[in-house]
Design a protein around this ligand. Structure first.
Ligand code: SF4
Length: 60
């Protein structure tokens, strides 16, 4: 399951823009991961999202 490091995330919103089923912006301006990798039927490529994050805040 992907995780967003809350200390690293700068709230740019790129991950949510790539896949709003797997990522969501919280009220505090940081992203959280929603996808558990098992029943997610979205089309995004998690590795691609991970490499798109400018501060490497996403891990799996
Ligand atoms: S792409 Fe990275 S820095 Fe931007 S909101 Fe997502 S986790 Fe945070």
């Amino acid at each position: 399951m992907p995780k967003v490091d809350q200390d690293k995330c700068i709230g740019c919103g790129v991950c949510v823009a790539v896949c709003e089923k797997c990522f969501k912006m919280e009220e505090n301006g940081k992203a959280i991961a929603l996808c558990d990798g098992s029943d997610c039927n979205c089309d995004c490529n998690l590795d691609e999202v991970i490499s798109t994050c400018p501060v490497d805040a996403i891990s799996k």
